[in-house]
Design a protein around this ligand. Structure first.
Ligand SMILES: [Zn+2]
Length: 162
């Protein structure tokens, strides 16, 4: 990075921290030539914009952070790390963006997310699904739980069977 004081392209990063919910990385740099300090910001270029259609037809911009927050709540006290959830959301976004549609239903997103969560942690899956599916009553919820328990084990465990 070119130093704003002396113009030399020789600096070292002395501190990096995430802000705006991890969307922006702020770096403090020190010029190795004049020893003055300056700050740079790094963020992902937003090339794809996805609009979410809610149940009532209202449109809202796609918000990864919001879904991640929901996932973290669902994974409360479960053996799922933030890194795993982040990777899960990367997969979800790949799926969604591959569809090439600029608008996608909230229900569809909920399904894609919960489908991947199911393979990660079944308890978290039921918690998450109970929010997005808005189960009408306990029977609905129990049906879903039975489905989960009856479903085949995740692929990484299937390997042991053969
Ligand atoms: Zn300098």
């Amino acid at each position: 990075m070119y130093c704003p004081f002396c113009g030399k392209n020789k600096d070292k990063v002395i501190d990096s921290r995430a802000s705006d919910g991890g969307k922006v990385i702020r770096r403090r740099r020190e010029c190795l030539e004049c020893h003055k300090r300056f700050t740079t910001y790094e963020r992902v270029e937003e090339t794809v914009r996805l609009t979410v259609i809610k149940k009532d037809g209202a449109r809202a911009p796609y918000d990864r952070t919001k879904i991640l927050n929901g996932l973290q709540k669902a994974c409360y006290k479960r053996p799922v790390s933030v890194e795993q959830l982040d990777a899960l959301m990367d997969e979800v976004e790949e799926d969604l963006f591959r569809r090439g549609e600029r608008e996608v239903g909230a229900q569809t997103i909920g399904e894609v997310v919960s489908d991947k969560l199911k393979r990660l942690d079944q308890v978290a899956y039921v918690r998450f699904a109970s929010v997005y599916k808005e189960f009408r009553d306990l029977d609905d919820l129990l049906d879903e739980v039975r489905d989960v328990l009856a479903s085949p084990p995740p692929p990484r465990e299937q390997g042991k069977l053969f």
